[in-house]
Write a protein that binds this ligand. Structure first.
Ligand code: HEC
Length: 135
């Protein structure tokens, strides 16, 4: 979406030099420690782990995450949240989502989401980028 790099000269090269270019780009990105722009497409595949509970099915274990970015915690009428989540007076902005996805139990102590959290910072950014597209 916000990444124009894909355009750079991929067609002119053979597959192997394109691969070498990608490898070099990845190496540079990792070695300089720069954080690449969040990737909602990658976030979508990472979100598969969440969909196990966060689907639109009536019998889903977790609340729907459609429109969760900017929503108050425990805001859905038709989901039975834990008291811990109901007492957590917070809005799911990016900072709160980041902290919760990283470590659900330390962000909202005693909440019932049976999920350990994502450890990789880039994974978390990508999942949040995808959540923003869920409207
Ligand atoms: C094993 C089931 C399960 C998995 C997997 C899971 N969740 Fe949850 N999630 C829940 C439950 C249950 C709650 C409600 C917690 C409560 O009420 O204490 C919840 C709550 C949430 C909330 C708060 C929603 C609200 O309306 O306030 C967010 C945000 C959230 N989860 C994000 C995620 C993300 C992102 C992932 C994947 C990285 C994920 N969850 C994976 C079960 C799960």
């Amino acid at each position: 979406m916000r990444d124009p790099r894909g355009q750079v000269g991929t067609m002119r090269h053979s597959n192997s030099s394109a691969r070498a270019f990608l490898f070099l780009a990845l190496f540079l990105a990792l070695s300089t420690g720069s954080v690449p722009a969040a990737d909602a497409g990658r976030g979508k595949s990472l979100f598969e782990a969440c969909v196990a509970c966060h689907s639109e099915r009536p019998d889903a274990l977790g609340p729907s995450l459609k429109g969760v970015v900017g929503r108050k915690a425990a805001a859905l009428e038709d989901f039975r949240y834990s008291n811990a989540m109901k007492r957590a007076i917070l809005v799911w902005d990016e900072d709160n989502l980041r902290a919760y996805i990283k470590d659900p139990q330390s962000k909202v102590k005693g909440n019932r989401m049976p999920y350990g959290g994502l450890t990789d910072a880039a994974d978390i950014e990508d999942v949040i980028a995808y959540l923003k597209t869920l409207r």
